[in-house]
Design a protein around this ligand. Structure first.
Ligand SMILES: Cc1cc2nc3c(=O)[nH]c(=O)nc-3n(C[C@H](O)[C@H](O)[C@H](O)COP(=O)(O)OP(=O)(O)OC[C@H]3O[C@@H](n4cnc5c(N)ncnc54)[C@H](O)[C@@H]3O)c2cc1C
Length: 431
């Protein structure tokens, strides 16, 4: 007879562990199944985590968590071929009112999973879930693994972007290449003092940078400071890369980025420690699959719960995982009713939180950007040109510079185009 748990959580990432902490804390017999050698061994991200959602799952997490640096400064870089325009926001409020921190997933997820165990969940690693089991009524009642079957009242699928478990249960359609970004990341060693000098930080202060532009392709890059390493990488939508396999390959873009004059000096003397690649589900609200079925819930990346606009995924994973756990606890308290009707409460919890509110609010943005690609390639160039003309001192009157700036604006996009773009973006973001 296979062993039985009340809750099986598939995946020991942020979504899975948050779900497991919630059910285990409520006294439910909870099992986390993780295919890696340890939680985090197979995981990667850019990397910042957000303090308040993390504290919502593990109060006062900062006392024990392997935090690299507390982010005090956020930057946007808009590149052209040989220049960049930088938008910087540094604020001491981020120190007092802890907002986000950099982390390395191999360390952070391992620590996070240990919090699951400390709260009573059982963690079993090196075990791959191969599918869900169903009873004669079609209700999910367990999982099959490469080490045998395990039964459960409810299964919570938190197995990441490619969720085979949700697919097996019919809760995850085959996503298309335009729904995913493929991201590559390199981690570089750099002595602490050099990080402090190059990024103007002290102690455990850190910097988070998002980078766009400078290429005909659409892509987005990132750079984060850790204690004595730098996380650096970029991602692009899979269908865009497929269009031009040679020139758009992510590694080629990353190599180009490393040679960019604005970034080269920052990376000088850094030693490459690690290279990783991963998928990010970026299609947003309009592509969210069904989130529950009889005996089953889906959370985190497996449910497409990522805000690509703001590079937010771990917070969506943690809070959706927590709500999935809460829904399982409610179901137990309702007399052990794990039907889809009862589990539907999960969607209501998400709708009342930032998770579905944010994704709904920005639901048109992924499509808007993909059909208005010049936002990521032409505009960064244009803004760089305008800044150059603004600062250039060449003996000519400023009136000539202004004329040239206007001419460039109108010829590159036209007055009506500029107006349309400004209004279009305003409507998508603020209305
Ligand atoms: C390059 C990159 C940069 C990113 N940067 C950021 C960032 O800076 N900030 C941010 O908040 N988010 C970022 N994200 C997004 C973030 O990483 C994800 O949204 C988040 O990790 C989702 O958590 P999850 O628990 O749903 O899935 P995952 O973290 O993917 O965890 C899934 C877990 O399930 C396990 N698993 C998978 N299949 C099975 C199976 N069949 N059986 C058993 N176990 C299984 C995996 O080994 C893994 O441990 C980034 C993502 C990428 C790729």
């Amino acid at each position: 007879m296979p062993e039985k748990f009340e809750v099986i959580v598939v995946g020991g990432g942020p979504a899975g562990v948050s779900a497991a902490i919630t059910t285990a804390k409520a006294g439910m017999k909870t099992l986390i199944l993780e295919r890696g050698d340890f939680a985090g061994s197979k995981n990667m991200f850019g990397g910042i985590c957000f303090a308040k959602p993390t504290a919502q799952v593990v109060p006062e997490f900062w006392k024990t968590a392997p935090i690299e640096r507390r982010v005090v400064e956020y930057q946007y870089w808009l590149l052209s071929k040989e220049s960049h325009v930088q938008i910087v926001h540094r604020n001491q409020k981020f120190v007092k009112d802890f907002n986000s921190f950099t982390a390395l997933r191999a360390r952070f997820d391992k620590w996070f999973a240990a919090q699951g165990e400390a709260n009573g969940a059982t963690l079993v690693t090196r075990t791959t879930v191969t599918g869900v089991l169903k009873d004669s009524s079609g209700k999910v009642n367990g999982v099959s693994t490469d080490r045998g079957d395990i039964m459960a009242d409810v299964v919570i699928a938190c197995d990441g972007a490619n969720s085979l478990v949700a697919k097996g249960a019919g809760l995850h359609a085959e996503w298309k290449p335009e729904d995913f970004a493929i991201a590559v990341k390199e981690t570089y060693s750099l002595p602490k003092e050099k990080i402090e000098d190059r990024f103007n930080v002290r102690g455990d202060e850190g910097v988070a940078i998002q980078i766009y532009g400078g290429r005909p392709e659409e892509w987005a890059g990132f750079m984060y400071t850790n204690k004595d390493t730098i996380s650096f990488g970029m991602g692009a939508i899979m269908s865009d890369l497929a269009k031009d396999k040679v020139y758009n390959a992510p590694m080629q873009l990353l190599d180009w980025l490393k040679q960019h004059p604005s970034l080269k000096a920052i990376l000088e003397g850094c030693a490459l420690r690690e290279y990783t690649a991963h998928l990010i589900p970026e299609a947003g609200y309009n592509k969210i699959p069904p989130l529950f079925a009889d005996g089953m819930l889906v959370a985190g990346d497996a449910a497409m719960l990522v805000n690509a606009l703001n590079f937010e995924g771990t917070n969506f994973a943690m809070i959706s995982g927590q709500f999935a756990g809460k829904t399982a606890v409610d179901a137990k308290n309702s007399g052990g009713n794990y039907s889809a009707n009862q589990l539907a409460m999960y969607r209501t919890y998400l709708e009342n939180s930032f998770v579905l509110k944010d994704l709904k609010k920005f639901r048109e943005i992924p499509h808007y950007i993909s059909t208005h690609k010049y936002f990521l390639n032409m505009y960064p160039d244009l803004i760089n040109d305008l800044m150059y003309k603004f600062f250039e001192v060449d003996g000519r009157p400023k009136e000539d510079h202004i004329k040239e700036m206007k001419h460039e604006l109108y010829t590159k996009r036209g007055r009506i185009g500029l107006l349309k773009d400004a209004l279009g973006l305003y409507r998508k973001v603020f209305s």
